[in-house]
Design a protein around this ligand. Structure first.
Ligand code: NAD
Length: 496
């Protein structure tokens, strides 16, 4: 059986401890992945430290060229990488291609490195004195990423870190680790020097070794909120720069003036796409006023039309969940919701797919009359479960969203510009869609939620990514003419 190994300094590196990697559509083990420890992390940090000496001195032209090459390779290998992701994550191949394309946009942003790294210059701030600034890389930086976007989320990090002159250690999810090694090989083909991009596999011990290694300058984390809080606290206490994005509970608000067919189409895709395993998935629909009954009717019809099956089968809308544990957790949540008083309009529990009886499938579930005290509302279920909450006004809907501990994404469906403006100004959420269900920002904006969806203060990629992976220097310069020589001044320097 294939063993997925670490990738350090341009080569695979074996390990002793391993863990199985499953194909969620069949329920079968498809590979093993090695699990790193403190010694493995140390080897990777040493390789990345050595590579930093030359990579941080490389020209912007050389770095840009690597990014252009990587972009082209990601285009050429999109189908192959999409199939690798689908086989370990379970999402459809087309959905996996979508995440590769969105991740590739960050590489495209990094291709504009020459422009985005330009500093500023102020002439003659005082007589004979100029000021300019520029930004320099941090050193060795690390990324710790979740299972649900094994290509895109790491791509939010490493192109920017590497383009700005850092060297990178990726610790991907141990549930779908192959995409990381595939991208490592693409970087090598793109001309990236060995040691600049490294992959260390593993779970908590590997993460802890990264968080405490003195050679790691910064940590980017994306995953669940409890681990984001842990990573943020531990790594900042070790003196590292940290960006830590957490979990989500995203609400779609539907006003009575919305086009219900349009809203329901997009809410269905936002709730059940990728089996609800997206940090921007819509897991709650808030129906305002008399939108509710009609909306539930259309959502029910659409949920029943979702085609569930293996991710590599053409025509599939939604694949299995990532693990058996996830499947059981989601199905138990539907059982609990029913027991707590929700109406189960569509019940996805117990779905069996012909020829894939051991796969981790569950069907779309639609719950009506969910209230904010129920577990199905309070927990991030991370599965294909859409909860309908009914309220009377837009302001009540905004209050519900603002009382929720998460603040990643939200969407409003309406025909009213006034309502949309009120919503976007008052709602305490980082990424907002107006008639757009999954408002993931383009790579030249930054991605990040509010409240428990982002611990600390640093969103990811775009301008915030540049800021995170570099630190500024400001230089004040004088080239005195001999006639301008004056004696020493002992007062604090001011300009004149
Ligand atoms: P997770 O928190 O379980 O794992 C994320 C990473 O942390 C993995 O690399 C994992 O190996 C590591 N990890 C897990 N347990 C750990 C521990 N106890 N100590 C140290 N490290 C540990 O998340 P997941 O299940 O892989 O991914 C799903 C979660 O990620 C959801 O909560 C989802 O909302 C969130 N997510 C958020 C965003 C965002 O942009 N805000 C994007 C994608 C996913």
């Amino acid at each position: 059986m294939n063993t997925i190994q670490h990738w350090i300094d341009g080569n695979t590196v074996p390990g002793t401890a391993t863990q199985p990697v499953f194909n969620p559509a069949t329920g079968q083990e498809r590979a093993k992945v090695v699990l790193g420890d403190a010694a493995t992390v140390d080897i990777a940090v040493r390789a990345a430290t050595k590579a930093f000496e030359t990579w941080s001195e490389s020209s912007l032209t050389q770095r840009t060229q690597v990014m252009f090459n990587l972009r082209q390779l990601l285009v050429e290998h999109e189908e192959e990488l999409g199939r690798i992701i689908s086989a370990e994550h379970g999402k459809t191949v087309d959905d996996a291609r979508g995440e590769i394309i969105r991740g590739r946009e960050v590489v495209e942003f990094a291709c504009g490195l020459g422009d985005i790294l330009k500093g500023s210059f102020s002439d003659q701030v005082s007589r004979g004195i100029d000021v300019h600034d520029f930004r320099q890389p941090l050193g060795v930086v690390a990324g710790i990423t979740p299972f649900n976007f094994p290509a895109m989320v790491p791509l939010w990090m490493h192109p920017i870190a590497i383009a700005t002159g850092n060297t990178f250690i990726l610790k991907p999810s141990e549930r779908d680790p192959s995409a990381a090694n595939f991208v490592a090989q693409l970087y090598q083909q793109a001309g990236l020097p060995d040691g600049v991009f490294n992959v260390v596999h593993g779970g908590k011990p590997t993460v802890d070794a990264i968080l405490t290694h003195p050679g790691v300058e910064a940590v980017s984390f994306v995953g669940s909120t409890p681990i984001a809080k842990y990573v943020h606290e531990k790594a900042t206490s070790e003196g590292k720069r940290v960006q830590a994005l957490g979990g989500a509970k995203n609400h779609a608000v539907v006003l009575p003036d919305a086009d219900l067919e349009f809203a329901a189409n997009h809410i269905t895709a936002g709730a059940y796409g990728s089996a609800g395993e997206r940090c921007m998935a819509l897991s709650v629909a808030i129906a305002v006023g008399d939108a509710a009954d009609n909306l539930v009717g259309v959502l029910e019809r659409k949920a029943r039309e979702v085609k569930v099956g293996p991710g590599d089968q053409p025509g599939t809308d939604m694949g299995p969940l990532v693990t058996k544990t996830a499947q059981e957790r989601v199905e138990n949540a539907v059982t609990t919701a029913h027991a707590q008083g929700a109406t189960v309009i569509v019940d996805g529990r117990g779905l069996k797919i012909d020829g894939h009886e051991n796969g981790f499938f569950t069907g779309p579930s639609l719950l009506d009359h969910v209230t904010t005290d129920m577990d199905a509302y309070q927990q991030e279920l991370f599965g294909p479960v859409l909860a309908i909450v009914r309220v009377d006004t837009l302001d009540e809907a905004i209050d519900v969203i603002n009382a929720n501990p998460y603040g990643n994404g939200t969407a409003l469906f309406t025909a009213s510009g006034e309502a949309a403006r009120r919503f976007q100004r008052r709602v305490n959420v980082g990424m907002i869609g107006v008639n757009v269900p999954v408002p993931v920002p383009m790579s030249y904006y930054s991605f990040g939620g509010w409240k428990d969806s982002l611990i600390g203060d640093s969103p990811i990629h775009g301008p915030e990514g540049i800021r995170f992976y570099t630190r500024p220097k400001v230089i004040t310069t004088r080239w005195p003419h001999t006639e301008q020589h004056t004696g020493a001044g002992f007062n604090f320097p001011t300009s004149n």
